[in-house]
Ligand binder design. Structure first.
Ligand code: ZN
Length: 154
């Protein structure tokens, strides 16, 4: 329907893999046009293990293997990876949350962004696509839609 819509089949395909090898991550970096460095491998691996995470959480994870890495270095690597399309960003939280899954998909925003969870609900996705199909907003063309559903833990 829309070129950027993405119906995903699993919660997080990368997290379902056993453990990404350095070669796997290197291949993904190269495929995105990025140079392979130890820091980039460590940052990608950290985000892959966390799924969705803030810079601070990723820094903590990376420091388990690279104790001297700086917050600025990790932030710059994440931004570079996001710009290249290797990873995604969750846009609806007040702070930057990076997403190991770069393609369009929907999210539950738990307790104002304390946690972010992939939302896998083909029915909602289909309703949104049907509603927006052929719809235009004055001066704009619809390219796609992401759902952010605010929820609280019960
Ligand atoms: Zn996600």
């Amino acid at each position: 329907m829309f070129e950027n819509f993405y119906i995903f089949a699993s919660v997080n395909p990368i997290l379902m893999e056993e453990r990404l090898s350095i070669e796997d991550i290197g291949g993904r970096l190269r495929a995105s046009g990025l140079k392979v460095t130890n820091q980039r491998i460590a940052v990608y691996r950290a985000l892959a293990s966390l799924g969705h995470a803030s810079v601070d959480s990723i820094v903590s994870e990376v420091r388990r293997t690279l104790p001297v890495v700086t917050v600025a270095a990790v932030y710059n690597i994440l931004e570079t990876m996001a710009e290249s399309g290797l990873i995604g960003r969750v846009l609806s939280t007040g702070r930057k949350i990076y997403d190991i899954t770069p393609a369009y998909h929907d999210h539950l925003i738990v307790d104002d962004g304390c946690e972010v969870v992939d939302l896998e609900d083909p029915e909602i996705r289909k309703l949104v696509e049907m509603h927006l199909s052929g719809k235009s907003f004055e001066g704009y063309r619809v390219r796609g839609a992401r759902l952010y559903v605010d929820v609280e833990k019960i």
